[in-house]
Write a protein of this length. Sequence first.
Length: 500
Amino acid sequence: MQRIASSILTVLISIFQFSFAFSQLPATDTIGLFDQSADIGEVGKSGRVLFNKGTSTYSVSGGGTNMWFAMDALHYVSTQARGDVSLAANIQWPSEDGDPHRKACLILRQTLSPDSAYADVAFHGDGLCSIQYRESDGEVTHEVQSNVSGPRRVRLEKRGDYVAMFIGESDEAMRPSGGSFRIQFKEPFYVGLGVCAHNNDRLETANFSNVVLERELAKSASPKIESTLETISIASTDRRVVFHSTENIEAPNWHPDGQSIFYNSAGRIFSVPLKGGEPKQIDTGALNRANNDHGISPDGKTLVISDQTQSGGSRIYTLPIEGGTPKLITEFAPSYWHGWSPDGKTLAYCASRDEEFDIYSIPVSGGEETRLTTSEGLDDGPDYSPDGKSIYFNSQRSGLMQIWKMNVDGSDQTQVTSDAFNNWFPHPSPDGRWIVFVSFERDVEGHPANKDVSLRLMSLADGSIKTLAKLFGGQGTLNVPSWSPDSRNLAFVSYQKVFK
């Protein structure tokens, strides 16, 4: 009996050793769609993968403290790839036990180093689904949080330099989650499945089923452009999806009460709760051609819009914030609103008079307009400093479009930025510490839609500039004031090409 028991034990040990070796397969072997499996970073417990060929399910177990900041710890099942790729799967946590921040991921990695540049779809233990990314080796991780919790199926897609997440109940029902971002991967890079326990004393397992890896993505000559209303923290640069739409939406205004965001779409003005939900159309009476130059009074009671319903030229109107009959403010067209003085008495706007675009101001009750700039070339995008003493604007007078500043009477016009970008639509923060603006590449004329742009933040204390986000956008992304009342966050609109 002892010999039989010993033989059984020997067989069991051999099976265990084979299973362990299988989980650490070298690049010459295969695990379904993938050809290698290994721990990345410092993990307290070694990970593994079990592939069920019959059901095409990958059970991936991973340890590690986190995938965040500048270093990752996880188990990664991967293969190399080039060009445009997508990876989709149904993800399930077999156990409800475990850290709510544990992550089961679809991952693109530049290398297998723990500090590698990467982008992933992270399905958390508590149902949170987000895109995470580290733009370059050793930099900190950022994320775009979806407004949908616990989707049944997820897909990570790379097209050119843009990465996006899709969510849904099935392949046929999947849609963009919103919040795509720009990141460059050198070829070849890695694509695969990963699990991080978020607790280095544990080993967490996630099941990835119906896994589909596509290396040749379908393209269309005319992809659909979809819109995402987002917020971004200026401290962490992490983003959150508020509302995604298959229609074109533009120019968010954050309501002074901090609870809702206004935007325009198809000539109408809408509000949507900050926490998400269905948008509500604002009654603008007979006006139905509102453009993306609109805003909210400092006291939150009045809405200002620029609309071209009458005579085809954009004019400025005010109306109650909850909707009502618009009141005409500017007699002449075109006039495009951009700023409201902190005391609530004056509006600043861009207008073309005698074929020259300049900055003007006018009493909020209407009356005679005052011309503030007279230089040749386009002056646009005026917005007041929170102390009411200055107006920031963008001007092309020095060659490229740059940010300028002047006193509210138009005196002492001085250049604020001087770099290799075309900088548009400066918006000072309510606390007076920052200016945010949108930057186009130097060869882009005007502020067109569907371009590679960056949201950039300037410190008024020392003039330093940092990039908050790189995205597909432009016209409609950041035309008007969009700061949160506490100056900690911004609202903006990103866009995405969707190939059907």
